[in-house]
Design a protein around this ligand. Structure first.
Ligand SMILES: NC(=O)c1ccc[n+]([C@@H]2O[C@H](COP(=O)([O-])OP(=O)(O)OC[C@H]3O[C@@H](n4cnc5c(N)ncnc54)[C@H](O)[C@@H]3O)[C@@H](O)[C@H]2O)c1
Length: 257
């Protein structure tokens, strides 16, 4: 059987050629791995982070032909609107918006959680998706479609002890992706979430000690990697995921079985 009979042409070459993806939290961990993967797949990438350090490194490695960087708080509406406009000015479209920026939560009993900790989790891990949608959905509607991806968490699907605000924000992020998926399907905008288990990134030690951050937590016997998440995001962002919307994909080595 000829491979062309079963595999679309777009899935046998670089998968993001001619597309533009905005990735938040791009200076570190999963965001950075996604920037590198999407560039390797031929796409243009707009790398967004609240800190410039990681972005500067990306600029020095990849130059500026296919990469634009922006130091920006992903939960600040005016700043995100500005990034979307910069993207349009530079690359002419926003094909994918990957809401990946997040903040951790140091595990503690619910009665010790402060208002500030609760609010920061809701703002960065949940409200930023709303901020991004307001900025990017009108652009995608005008373009005739687009893809929105959210990095949620296994903690949002299966809460672990002492992670209250984080599990609520990530559970909300997953649910919000589904709500957007059903609302935006008629506009040909696909919306999905990736739900990593404990992942070996600079964020991991910031959750505090516990079973939730050990490789023992997964049947495949290792932590998630930043590249595992980049690969799942690539599937959802590319034509390979063209009939996939409203999913929350566990990237969890089987923990959710
Ligand atoms: N590491 C894990 O165990 C794990 C597990 C499940 C889900 N997640 C989620 O994965 C995503 C990526 O995390 P990571 O593990 O790569 O962590 P990371 O700390 O390596 O990277 C997170 C990046 O987000 C940036 N950021 C934080 N607040 C921001 C804001 N308001 N605006 C823009 N950028 C901001 C940080 O500066 C940092 O560069 C997060 O949403 C996180 O909650 C992480």
């Amino acid at each position: 059987m000829n491979v062309k009979d079963t595999v679309s042409v777009s899935s046998v070459g670089p998968r993001m050629t001619g597309t533009t993806t905005i990735i938040t939290g791009a200076g570190s961990g999963m965001g950075r791995a996604s920037v590198e993967r999407f560039l390797a797949e031929g796409g243009n990438v707009v790398a967004v982070d609240i800190r410039d350090e990681g972005l500067a490194e990306l600029r020095s490695i990849y130059g500026d032909e296919h990469l634009l960087t922006a130091t920006c708080d992903a939960a600040d509406q005016a700043a995100v609107n500005d990034v979307v406009q910069q993207t349009l000015d530079r690359f002419g479209a926003v094909d994918v918006y990957f809401n990946n920026a997040g903040v951790p939560f140091v595990a503690k009993p619910i009665e010790e959680v402060t208002d500030e900790e609760w609010d920061l989790n809701m703002t960065v891990n949940l409200k930023a998706i709303f901020i991004a949608a307001r900025a990017v959905v009108p652009v995608m509607k005008k373009q005739g479609g687009g893809k929105i991806i959210v990095t949620a968490s296994m903690a949002g699907l299966r809460p672990r002890p002492n992670l209250g605000p984080y599990t609520v924000a990530k559970g909300g992020a997953t649910h919000f992706a589904k709500a957007l998926a059903i609302e935006l399907a008629p506009a040909n905008i696909r919306v999905n979430a990736v739900c990593p288990v404990a992942a070996d990134t600079p964020m991991l030690p910031q959750f505090g000690a516990g079973d939730h951050i050990t490789a023992n937590a997964t049947p495949l016997g290792r932590l998630c990697s930043a590249e595992d998440v980049a690969a799942a995001a690539l599937y959802l962002a590319s034509d390979d995921g063209n009939f996939i919307t409203g999913l929350a994909i566990p990237v969890d080595g089987g923990r959710s079985i």
